[in-house]
Design a protein around this ligand. Structure first.
Ligand code: BV8
Ligand code: ZN
Length: 230
């Protein structure tokens, strides 16, 4: 399972500390249905800003190492909290995106329309379109196809993730602060089921005491080293 820390070395801001701030707003403020109801333009500006950064970013050696591991280890499952799509751009497939993907928009009213927004990031198209808010064919606004705080995760995604955590022999938690639930519960489920929990992080987290192996350092350095020794 990965978090924002694996994309930090690709230049993507994490959610902690100053990184987690956009203008004067904290991510946990903006990533809520209440914020969207209050000011959809502001929330879309934040997501467009992130799309701009992610669109110019490249997967790093940490993403690539996990894509390689997937081809070499049977029963490898990749669960991410990241919405940036960098795992897929590094070659990973069947990525379980617990919190959705920033390159999709869906109808805010709930009709099933989902629209691919790849290639529409700021600076990518004719000017002006990035300021208009995406509208669904039913006339409703569209919203980023991500999971906001206070919203439930997709049931299938969660089932796949919990099953993989239950069945794994090794659970690798890379670049996550292990603070946001239910994602942060996954390594604990794995540990309780007898798996070796390995934490890759530059810092301590609430998961550290539960990890059987702690690799302190940068994901883009440690994950390739780990993969090359397997
Ligand atoms: C829900 C998508 C049902 C949007 C995101 C139980 C206990 C307490 C609270 C709750 C609970 N259950 C539910 C909650 C409420 C809430 C929650 O967990 N709140 C937290 C803040 C306490 N959870 C929810 O609301 C979830 N929904 O539970 O629904 C329900 C509903 C209502 C009430 C009860 C139940 C939905 C959560 C999903 C929210 N959406 N993202 C978007 O991205 O715009 S969460 C978002 O923040 C990310 O996806 C990610 O999950 C999280 C950030 O965490 P990380 O990815 O770990 O990143 P972070 O910046 O925090 O840390 C980076 C780490 O990397 C650090 O440790 C750092 O040291 C390390 N690092 C940095 N650089 C490197 C590195 N490591 C290695 N190498 C490096 N180079
Ligand atoms: Zn609609």
């Amino acid at each position: 399972m990965t978090g924002a820390g694996i994309s930090a070395e690709s230049g993507i801001p994490t959610f902690r500390g100053t990184d987690g701030l956009w203008r004067t707003f904290s991510a946990t403020d903006l990533a809520t249905p209440e914020a969207f109801a209050r000011d959809p333009g502001l929330v879309w500006q934040w997501y467009r800003w992130r799309q701009g950064i992610i669109g110019r970013a490249q997967p790093n050696a940490g993403h690539v190492a996990l894509a390689h591991l997937q081809t070499r280890v049977s029963g490898f499952a990749l669960v991410t909290q990241n919405v940036d799509g960098l795992h897929q751009r590094a070659g990973s497939t069947h990525v379980i995106e617990l919190h959705g993907n920033i390159w999709r928009a869906r109808c805010a009213r709930g009709c099933d329309l989902v629209r691919d927004m790849a290639g529409t990031e700021p600076g990518s198209g004719p000017s002006g379109d990035e300021d208009t808010l995406p509208v669904c064919s039913c006339g409703s606004l569209m919203r980023p196809d991500v999971v906001w705080f206070g919203e439930s995760l997709d049931g299938d995604c969660l089932d796949h993730a919990f099953k993989a955590a239950q069945d794994c022999d090794v659970f690798l938690a890379a670049g996550t602060s292990a603070l946001v639930y239910p994602a942060a519960g996954l390594p604990l489920v794995a540990g309780r089921a007898g798996a070796l929990v390995v934490e890759v992080n530059v810092d301590d987290t609430p998961l550290t005491p539960h990890a059987g192996l702690v690799l302190r350092g940068k994901a883009a350095e440690l994950l390739p080293a780990l993969e090359s020794r397997l």
